[in-house]
Design a protein around this ligand. Structure first.
Ligand SMILES: [Zn+2]
Length: 476
């Protein structure tokens, strides 16, 4: 898209027509640092003498932009269940609660359900499992996000037209306390009329024939999520492919509501892995671009919102060791996600139980570009960094139940594989990125809007107002 087309859209939105085609993109864990670091990384790769902050992400060029507070009913730091509930239903609730009130008694109706009741088609897409908190708040009502079997059943009962992305975490209800289980969630969805598609050929062949579709990634990764973008083979189905397909299948005279979550931005930030987070921001933006193309073809009737549900990791641009400089180009040497490196490290560990740090250095160099050549390259480790690697390697080589579990170990490693998280900390700090947490933080997030009624999203407002603004613009 270009700015002029955005201006064209905003100039023509004074009509009182309802927003008929609505996209809500939620970058899970995507605060301003996650957005800015993706753009600064692009700039750094161009390696101009002076920094530019290019608007490489489609949504940072959107004509309407706001700041959104994310606190929930009990804390300034929300989780994805309570922030999702705020965005989807307009109500504050507690951490862990999926579209129910603070008493966990009353169900709250989501904007997606309201759209469905109005005759619009509805699509829900996520790069993590489809029963995870952010997608769940749009179609389920349960007192705890951990009730993933119940969430899966409610997905099948929702009657929504299109689900896509990761799989389900508890398909057979092994963790469920439900007394009479109606069986496997996928089989249950089939009984409810869903066409289940779990390979690329069948997915590509889907045509708008009115059937309800549930498309699951052919490569389920950690916790049934899609692969991290950095690990995704280029021909594997992407978040933007799912978004295109939603548009193709749901386009109809009554309009549609589509929610797309970039869920692994959050997971990468929990693990303090900046490169994986940045690549997932790009994958998320590729999905947004599909919606922008559609909006340009349907300018007066399409509304696109891009927001984050909260920041994650306390990511910031600037680190004590790099002072006023950043070196984001160093991140490009990272070739795989922390999860894929953990897998390789596990194999290394089982075949080399008495290994020393030097034995694993080739794997570290190949995966993250960090070298130990005595200061000859910008990717060389300092003595201080080598001492951090040695300590964390010693922890990694211990059996998990023999590792330290005190506050210091938590602050150093956050429950992640000690060597891996130390490597991403070192690489990120060399780039000039700092982290304060392995959890979410309470800073407000940016919200961007494009299309019919976008101007409503200028300003500083609470995440519950995203719901009220949407409902008002959609006239539902
Ligand atoms: Zn999170």
């Amino acid at each position: 898209m270009c700015l002029s087309s955005a201006q064209h859209v905003i100039a023509s939105t004074d009509s009182a027509k309802p927003a008929k085609y609505v996209f809500v993109f939620i970058g899970d864990g995507m605060g301003l640092p996650q957005v800015a670091s993706a753009e600064i990384y692009s700039s750094a790769l161009k390696s101009g003498k002076y920094p530019e902050a290019p608007r490489v992400l489609s949504f940072t060029k959107f004509p309407a932009q706001g700041l959104t507070t994310t606190h929930d009913a009990s804390s300034f730091i929300t989780d994805s269940a309570s922030s999702g509930t705020a965005i989807a239903t307009g109500n504050k609730t507690l951490n862990g609660v999926i579209s129910m009130d603070v008493d966990k008694k009353n169900e709250l109706k989501s904007v997606a359900t309201m759209a469905k009741e109005k005759g619009m088609k509805v699509g829900i897409i996520s790069s993590v499992s489809i029963d995870h908190a952010t997608p769940a708040v749009f179609y389920a009502n349960v007192p705890s996000r951990k009730m993933m079997y119940e969430i899966g059943l409610q997905l099948a009962d929702s009657g929504f037209d299109f689900f896509a992305g990761g799989g389900v975490v508890d398909p057979d209800g092994k963790k469920s306390k439900m007394e009479k289980k109606p069986g496997n969630v996928i089989e249950y969805a089939k009984q409810k009329g869903y066409k289940i598609v779990d390979n690329k050929e069948a997915f590509s062949a889907l045509k708008p024939d009115g059937s309800k579709v549930w498309a699951v990634t052919e490569m389920p990764a950690d916790e049934s999520a899609m692969l991290y973008e950095i690990d995704r083979p280029k021909d594997a189905v992407s978040l933007s492919d799912y978004t295109s397909k939603a548009i193709e299948l749901l386009d109809n005279p009554n309009g549609f509501f589509v929610m797309v979550e970039g869920g692994k931005i959050d997971w990468a930030c929990h693990a303090n892995d900046a490169m994986s987070a940045i690549k997932d921001v790009f994958a998320f933006d590729d999905a947004v671009k599909k919606a922008v193309d559609f909006a340009n073809a349907h300018p007066d009737e399409t509304l696109i919102i891009v927001t984050g549900d909260h920041e994650c990791g306390g990511m910031t641009l600037g680190f004590a060791g790099t002072k006023y400089d950043t070196f984001f180009q160093k991140l490009q040497h990272q070739k795989i996600s922390y999860v894929k490196f953990d897998q390789k490290l596990g194999q290394f560990k089982s075949s080399n139980p008495n290994a020393q740090l030097k034995d694993v250095m080739p794997l570290i160099t190949e995966s993250f570009g960090l070298t130990n050549k005595g200061g000859k390259s910008e990717m060389d480790l300092t003595e201080y960094e080598i001492s951090l690697l040695k300590d964390s390697f010693a922890e990694t080589m211990k059996a998990e139940d023999a590792r330290s579990s005190d506050d210091g170990a938590y602050i150093a490693y956050g429950g992640y594989e000690p060597l891996t998280v130390t490597i991403t900390h070192i690489l990120n700090r060399k780039a000039g990125i700092g982290w304060t947490s392995y959890s979410h933080t309470g800073v407000p997030v940016p919200t961007y809007a494009f299309g019919a009624g976008a101007k409503t999203f200028d300003g500083y407002y609470d995440n519950t107002e995203i719901f009220s603004k949407l409902v008002s613009l959609m006239k539902i």
